[in-house]
Ligand binder design. Structure first.
Ligand SMILES: Cc1ncc(COP(=O)(O)O)c(C=O)c1O
Length: 473
């Protein structure tokens, strides 16, 4: 311990002095990332200071995310100190966008507290607010609960077969931010990005806004038709394999392996948007792309927008190892991180089992609503409506085989006058399908409301005979 050369600078409370000295040792590499800090008892007797002072200093380090308290086994230096100070070097060999190439060359940040010079007696550095031991004590308790990335890693391994260390998981403010950061990190203007047809509009717009050259690849009953992916390759492929949005199809296992093989062959990145995979009503979910072989090209995004609520704005990305540093930097430049309190609450929710309890409850209720919707459509609309049979998620697709597009307009307008909101599916397609259809969400309406709504729809359909006679989709 004497070789640690922990010099206290005599400035301010003792616990802050000790924290500063430890911080300098960590940042100068004397304590390696991930290594164990001395036991509080040992350090207190070596330095002849109280154990509470040492504990407060450790709490301060934890609050600054330089160290991590591990219940039962002391405190360790955070594993990512190197990544925090030099995000780019670890990823030097991975090809990246011009944006990431620029961030890799950025110099150190002047205001970064990580750079505090070790031997100063008076450090008039800007950046530290007024801090007190009691604040850190309560903050530490919150942080102890905020092991969100660990909780997510554990959840993903158990539920989705995805093996990832917490160190590869980036917490983001929604799938939306995930795709935006990925675009910034891997795409340059003019690079080819594939979206599904039909597609999730916000994904399309994000890729367009980043200047990508968009290629739409069609979807059939087995999901994305991999044989129609661009022969010359693509830089990024955005897919919703668990429950294609909006068609509802589930990507077959063969297509999944074909997509991974394509990405490996062309050096493409796959963005796997697993937005609602938790809700599947028949059988077990197919393994996520990220859990299969060759998955190091897959950037996996999961969200709490569907399982909890969208205004939470919390989601996560499982990053391939070589992309983590670039993604972290892009996230920092965007917003310096998601709200810590929300993360703490969510981690507690996951680790305490309430999240999965909530999932089970939601599943039971969503299944009831889905059955009410499909049953109601069959009873009240009969052959006028064909419901896509995907057994997952929170919406179904209802096709109107005897309707033309002008008939659809009439239907939607008439329904509106009776206070029934109907939503067409064709805006999600690059090219209108031959027959119109509706995208029908069922999560936001009760079983009783669904029964009344489907009866009303049946009534309106009887008033509007379709102008087409053939009934094939
Ligand atoms: C295809 C798809 N992906 C992702 C999301 C969720 O996005 P976010 O996590 O940004 O709320 C949605 C929500 O409607 C969606 O439909």
């Amino acid at each position: 311990l004497n070789s640690l050369l922990l010099e206290l600078d005599g400035q301010g409370p003792l616990f802050e002095q000790l924290a500063r000295a430890l911080k300098n040792s960590i940042l100068s590499g004397r304590f390696a990332p991930g290594s164990r800090l001395p036991a509080t008892r040992t350090l207190s007797s070596t330095l002849a200071i109280s154990r509470n002072t040492v504990i407060s200093a450790y709490e301060l380090l934890c609050a600054e995310q330089l160290a991590v308290a591990e219940p039962g086994s002391g405190t360790r230096v955070a594993a990512e100190i190197a990544a925090l100070s030099t995000p780019s070097t670890a990823d030097g060999g991975i090809p990246c966008s011009r944006y990431s190439a620029r961030t890799r060359k950025l110099g150190p940040i002047t205001l970064a507290r990580l750079q505090i010079a070790p031997e100063l007696r008076y450090n008039l550095q800007y950046g530290d607010p007024l801090m007190g031991a009691s604040l850190f004590q309560s903050w530490r308790r919150k942080l102890a609960a905020a092991a969100l990335r660990e909780a997510i890693a554990e959840y993903l391994e158990r539920r989705r077969g995805i093996v990832s260390s917490a160190g590869n998981i980036l917490i983001v403010g929604g799938t939306q931010q995930a795709l935006s950061l990925v675009s910034r990190v891997v795409l340059d203007e003019g690079d080819t990005a594939v979206i599904e047809d039909p597609h999730y509009q916000l994904a399309h717009h994000t890729l367009l806004a980043h200047g990508a050259h968009i290629v739409s690849t069609p979807v059939d009953r087995e999901g994305l038709i991999t044989s129609e992916l661009p022969a010359r390759g693509a830089r990024l492929i955005y897919v919703t394999p668990s429950h294609q949005f909006p068609s509802g199809e589930i990507m077959s296992f063969d297509r999944r392996t074909a997509l991974l093989a394509y990405a490996a062959r062309h050096g493409s990145w796959i963005f796997e948007d697993d937005y609602d995979s938790e809700f599947r009503y028949v059988g077990r979910p197919l393994p996520a792309l990220r859990s299969l072989e060759l998955s190091d090209r897959v950037i996996y995004a999961g969200t709490f927008s569907k399982t909890l609520f969208p205004s939470l704005r919390l989601a996560y990305v499982v990053c391939p190892a070589g992309l983590y540093g670039d993604m972290l930097y892009a996230k920092r430049l965007d917003d310096l991180g998601c709200a810590a309190i929300d993360q703490a609450a969510l981690a507690t929710f996951l680790q305490g089992g309430q999240f999965e309890k909530q999932l089970r409850k939601s599943m039971t209720e969503l299944r009831r609503r889905r059955e009410a919707l499909v049953g109601g459509l069959q009873r009240h609309a009969g052959a006028r409506i064909q419901v896509g049979d995907s057994q997952a998620g929170m919406h179904v697709v209802a096709w109107l085989p005897d309707f033309s597009y002008p008939d659809l307009d009439r239907l939607i307008k008439t329904a509106l006058t009776r206070s029934l909101g109907l939503h067409p599916i064709h805006p999600y397609y690059r090219k209108r399908p031959a027959h119109p259809g509706l995208l029908v969400g069922f999560a936001g309406v009760s079983v009783a409301q669904i029964e009344r709504a489907t009866a009303l729809l049946g009534e309106i359909l009887r008033e509007i005979p379709g102008s087409l006679t053939h009934r094939a989709r």
